[in-house]
Design a protein around this ligand. Structure first.
Ligand SMILES: [Zn+2]
Length: 202
């Protein structure tokens, strides 16, 4: 029997945007923020990257339902860092193992990472510190190379103006992390904005 053409593609991870994050400023001050939420499907597993602000959990449930994704079947949640606007709805995923960097001081029961970790073939947690000491990104080799990067790159405007996140415990590290992400990725999913292409990338 001939293998179906789709069988090959099915082995490759797939990246789907669940919710586009938001960021509201008054002058230079951030007055409201909720994170982007992303679903990665790989090797038959479901991975959610960041879960948004507690206020938005109902909206997140609605979005998951409308894309026929069942929170109960999510195997892994990765928090790019532990600011409340990125981990506020972790409890929507009762069966997930939660991953966060040890320097974020994660709660008991979290799977603490300290370096790069391959979660599944084509899906890697990569330290991208600067915004916080333990910020991580999720690099996914899907039909293109996706970096789901939390506040290492909060918005497309940071990429356009080559500016690291305004809130950074270490600006030098934040700049290096941003360069590393842009060097690798073809598509960036930022912490508080929709996905965008890295220009001129093969
Ligand atoms: Zn943050």
């Amino acid at each position: 029997m001939q293998p179906r053409a789709s069988a090959v593609a099915a082995d490759r991870p797939r990246v789907r945007l669940v919710r586009k994050g938001s960021l509201v400023r008054e002058g230079a001050r951030v007055v409201d923020a909720s994170s982007t939420v992303t679903l990665v499907e790989a090797s038959g597993k479901h991975i959610i990257v960041d879960t948004g602000l507690p206020r938005d959990c109902d909206k997140l449930l609605f979005d998951l339902n409308s894309m026929r994704a069942d929170p109960e079947t999510v195997d892994v949640v990765v928090n790019t860092h532990l600011h409340m606007d990125h981990c506020g709805c972790n409890e929507l995923f009762p069966n997930a193992i939660v991953y966060a960097h040890v320097l974020e001081d994660p709660p008991v029961g979290t799977n603490r990472v300290s370096g790069a970790v391959t979660l599944l073939p084509g899906v890697e947690i990569v330290p991208t510190p600067g915004h916080t000491p333990g910020s991580v990104s999720v690099f996914v080799s899907a039909e293109k190379r996706y970096a789901i990067c939390g506040d290492a790159i909060p918005q497309k405007a940071n990429y356009d103006s080559n500016t690291p996140p305004a809130i950074a415990f270490d600006r030098g590290l934040a700049t290096k992390s941003m360069e590393m992400i842009i060097g690798w990725a073809q598509i960036i999913i930022p912490g508080h904005d929709g996905p965008f292409d890295v220009v001129g990338k093969r």
